[in-house]
Design a protein around this ligand. Structure first.
Ligand SMILES: [Zn+2]
Length: 358
């Protein structure tokens, strides 16, 4: 061996010894989230701390089930709205049912995204800063509490996932027919996979949300649209209404997520039968109230609506009728508010537009 070669090897050995990555190889099979490293085949229950900022600290409870074999990372987010209980109970049940030893890939369960909303029994908004978590993504680490929660969910959960599932219900004083929204269009990633997972829920309605422009993704960005923005196949799951905690709704979410694990190749259990063919819709539109006051819907329930049909009236606080709301299109009233409270700018009903196929 020449002296030059010997010197070169000595230098190389020094370099190797000095490099922490090579000196102590990290476990490449571990799943890393929010500074925690989770070994394969194990479960971890984490509290992701949301720093105090100007309006107080909170946390995000997350359970990670990290499989023994490599595979996709499925993020299931419950409780973005803390008064939508079915998702929160389903996440609790899934944490016990899914065995990391039998799993390929990783299931990340955000048990309650909005703890202040949940503990404060607050529909729509976080009571601390009165913001709707589903309108402030990607969030801001220096913003108010809801924005700080959104920032952590975007960076620690969505960014680490291969598929995003955001689970909601009709909120307090809202009606809703169960549906799954699948994100498609030119700016969404892998709509066919999202649709396949959506169908696995067996819900009666599927809506395609076509993402055609960046403005659609950015204005009042929801968690789903954050998923789209980060290039993740994404679905929105909605079941239950009026802050209910019906067992059948919880069971339907659990079955849908377990079917998703099978469709995504994360478990070897075959997919269970999902119920019959769903009605298909191409997007939806909201009918906005222009007045605040007391809302009297014609029928506060999911139903077909004809163009021009009366949806409801709004009275002011003297009882005088100030607004009549009619349907601008033929479609299906998928969800809406039951009233009686209504605020100017609220969507009183969201009408899904029937589609023959995708
Ligand atoms: Zn919601």
């Amino acid at each position: 061996m020449s002296m030059i070669r010997r010197l070169f090897l000595a230098a190389l050995a020094l370099l190797v010894a000095g490099s922490p990555a090579l000196a102590a190889p990290s476990d490449s099979s571990a799943f890393v989230i929010a500074g925690h490293s989770i070994a394969s085949g194990t479960r971890a229950d984490l509290r992701i701390a949301v720093p105090a900022g100007a309006d107080g600290e909170t946390f995000i409870p997350v359970t990670v089930l990290h499989g023994t074999k490599p595979g996709k990372v499925l993020a299931v987010v419950a409780g973005v709205h803390g008064f939508e209980f079915a998702s929160i109970l389903a996440a609790e049940r899934l944490a016990e049912r899914v065995d990391p030893a039998q799993l390929a890939g990783t299931l990340v369960l955000v048990r309650v995204a909005n703890i202040p909303g949940f503990e404060g029994r607050s529909p729509n908004v976080n009571p601390v800063d009165r913001k709707n978590l589903n309108r402030v993504f990607p969030g801001d680490p220096k913003g108010s509490q809801t924005q700080r929660i959104a920032d952590l969910i975007a960076r620690e959960v969505v960014a680490r996932s291969d598929f995003l599932m955001d689970v909601h219900s009709g909120d307090g004083a809202e009606f809703l027919d169960a549906f799954v929204g699948a994100y498609g269009g030119p700016l969404a990633t892998d709509f066919p996979l999202a649709l396949k997972v959506a169908r696995g829920f067996g819900f009666p309605n599927i809506v395609r949300y076509a993402m055609n422009t960046q403005a659609q993704i950015d204005s009042g960005r929801s968690l789903n649209r954050q998923g789209v923005a980060m290039g993740k196949p994404t679905i929105l799951v909605e079941i239950g209404q009026n802050g209910s905690r019906e067992e059948s709704h919880v069971a339907a979410i659990v079955a849908g997520v377990e079917n998703a694990l099978s469709i995504l190749g994360m478990c070897s259990v075959p997919m269970r039968d999902a119920a019959g063919p769903a009605r298909l819709f191409e997007g939806s539109l909201g009918v906005k109230a222009s007045h605040s006051g007391v809302y009297h819907p014609t029928l506060p329930a999911p139903r077909l609506l004809a163009k021009g049909e009366l949806i409801g009236i709004i009275r002011d606080y003297t009882g005088r009728e100030v607004e009549r709301l009619t349907s601008p299109v033929d479609g299906y009233a998928l969800y809406g508010i039951t009233g009686p409270p209504v605020e100017a700018g609220d969507d009183v009903v969201t009408i899904a537009i029937p589609a023959t196929g995708f």
